[in-house]
Design a protein around this ligand. Sequence first.
Ligand code: NAD
Length: 365
Amino acid sequence: MNCIEKIQEIGPLKIIQLFFPIANFHAIVVIDNIALGPSIGGVRVSMDVTVEEVKRLARIMTLKNSIAGLPHGGGKAGILADPLSPKKEHYFRLFARAIKDLKDYIPGPDMGSNEECMALIYDEIGRAVALPEELGGIPLDKLGATGYGLAECAEIACPYVDIDLKGAKVAIQGFGSVGKAAARFLSEKGAIVIAVSDKKGCIYNFEGIDVKEIIDIKEKTGSVINYKKGTINDPSVLFSLPCDILIPAATADVINRENVNDIKAKLILQGANIPITTDAEEILHKKRILSIPDFIANAGGVIMAAMEYAKKTEKEAFDAISEKIKKNTDAIIKMALGEDIIPRKAAEIISKERVLKAMRYQGGI
Ligand code: NAD
């Protein structure tokens, strides 16, 4: 039996839809697997989040938590609302009360939610991660946990595709918590950020973008396109720019059959969750473009959240991110090269193995 045939289904365990028609409230919770411990996963707030999307994201969390060696399973939630709604606090309090008895799910932040939202949930039910510092949390977005992990991942992956990280040219799609921190930590390692984008547009300068300045501009004006020392274009142009490392750090399925052949980078670090469609990942593999999957490359945030839950310090959290992401990046690249499979498949095999073993101990399969 080859290792791909060894993969078996591991979830989802529970799919729950929460409706409060009077309050016009609708939320979704998926607990994918809890064999390794209570599930941790973010709460996405979006007008169009679907059960299917939450299911896919919950599975990514199972794989991410397992391969990082965390004592947690995978889950995810979605609240169908405008992230800028003035009723956001009300929605989070309703959501918290509705999941009070769902003790196998520990909520964290995701797109459209942040540490303040986690504080609201914590206030209602005493269970959430990525809390504000005042409540004993380690503020993972402020510290840039996920971006830090991406830079650690780059350090290991670069030599496999003959890139010298010092001087490597980097393009980043999405300039939120993940994109900004990735730019900051990669430039500290000597990489040159040549392009960044947000919803409003993409800006590039092949001589390099001043990372500190563009972060400041994004925070003050709301968009990277207000940075004056570069060329402005449509957001989608970013994927076709010449660079060494490409980091999708915005939404799902942004690299797909339509644009995958435009990519010039030798290395892709998946900052967002599921940013590349399955068929595009196969094409990248055939073209020998190394693509490190989301649940390896962007695990920094959940590792820090789990460290906070275990009452560890900020330093212990950063050390854990570095150690786990470097080890896993190396392991999956070696396996992918050795068996000529895509890195995502290699990562799934390693990750599922731990979940399946734990399920066996619990009589789960
Ligand atoms: P964020 O909301 O802080 O930032 C998202 C950024 O993406 C914004 O700058 C937005 O303008 C930009 N964007 C949206 N659509 C775009 C488009 N079509 N083209 C270009 N830019 C676009 O979100 P975040 O916390 O940085 O998360 C980004 C992604 O990373 C999400 O997929 C999230 O699930 C994933 N992720 C986040 C963390 C974390 O620690 N925050 C951890 C793991 C994974």
